[in-house]
Design a protein. Structure first.
Length: 276
């Protein structure tokens, strides 16, 4: 028993060392990556469940790493959150999204983009200034750029977060509460936060196959009483679509309609889908 215990410790140490090494590598590479423009946004359509119409795109980051190939966000976003590099990365990606909106606008495509940002930004009014500047720099129309956040960090400084969200309202920036229902939902704070949209987490949508899910019903009824829109994420089959639509969910997102797409594919998708 003793020797197997020691083996486990050695195994643990090796695994730990590898993990730390990987995190240190990511931390180093992130810095270069931003400078070298290694990050690309993909765009996943958010569509109306009631008619075939794309209402917006969610921007999802992809990292073209010079030696490791395509790195998914799950590998580096948590590291960037830990090191604080998420602040710089988010601002960089917000600018990319704003540029894309401008480019699409020039091509005659008026749409909206939501960008995932860390709740860390909701601790300083500088963030409001930055978003105002982006609206200015890229001549964005009201509501063109919106934000997705998870609730966790917002609650720590409710007053400041509220002030920041209010400061963005003149631009038509809407706040999407991401992964709603997972983690520690502090329902008591929900009505105090001036958010606009709830996103039902994919894990709940997954369970909607042949029967409904009381949690989804609860989220939809909560949203109705708070007058929030709802987007269901991770819709992979027509049954989920039908069920959500019947329950009064207005918007959806998922592989059934489209995976996240590179910008030119998103452009084509938008036009094909609207005219179906
Ligand atoms: P999220 O914001 O909850 O994004 C939804 C994730 O589910 C995306 O994964 C998307 O590609 C995936 N997805 C969408 N529809 C389906 C579906 O029907 N089936 C399945 N199996 N998956 C679906 P992705 O792109 O790997 O992003 C993972 C997470 O990384 C995101 O979760 C978000 O928390 C974070 N993330 C992605 N891009 C950014 C970014 O630009 N900034 C920040 N701060 N975080 C990001
Ligand atoms: Ca999201
Ligand atoms: Ca989500
Ligand atoms: Ca999620």
């Amino acid at each position: 028993a003793k020797s197997s215990g020691r083996g486990q410790i050695r195994y643990f140490n090796n695994a730990m060392r590898k993990k730390l090494k990987r995190q240190a590598d990511i931390e180093n590479d992130l810095q270069h990556g931003i400078k070298n423009q290694e990050f690309e946004l993909y765009y996943q359509p958010i569509f109306s469940l009631n008619d075939p119409k794309v209402v917006s795109f969610e921007a999802l980051v992809r990292w073209h790493h010079p030696s490791n190939g395509l790195v998914p966000p799950s590998e580096f976003i948590p590291v960037a959150e830990q090191t604080g590099q998420i602040m710089e990365l988010d601002l960089h990606l917000l600018r990319l999204a704003a540029k894309q909106l401008y480019a699409w606008h020039c091509q005659g495509m008026r749409t909206r983009i939501t960008v995932n940002v860390s709740s860390r930004h909701f601790a300083s009014l500088d963030f409001v200034k930055y978003i105002h500047q982006l609206y200015d720099d890229y001549d964005l129309t009201a509501g063109a750029l919106s934000l997705e956040i998870t609730e966790s960090g917002l609650i720590e400084n409710l007053n400041l977060a509220t002030k920041i969200i209010k400061g963005l309202e003149p631009l038509g920036v809407r706040l999407y509460l991401d992964d709603f229902g997972t983690g520690y939902s502090a329902l008591g704070y929900l009505h105090q936060l001036p958010i606009h949209v709830l996103k039902i987490d994919k894990s709940f949508v997954d369970q909607l196959t042949n029967r409904s899910n009381p949690l989804v019903d609860a989220i939809l009824s909560l949203a109705r009483s708070l007058e929030l829109d709802v987007v269901a994420e991770g819709i992979e089959n027509p049954k989920q679509w039908a069920l959500l639509k019947r329950k009064g969910c207005q918007y959806g997102q998922g592989y059934l309609v489209s995976k996240p797409l590179a910008k030119d594919d998103a452009y084509r998708f938008y036009h094909d889908y609207q005219h179906e």
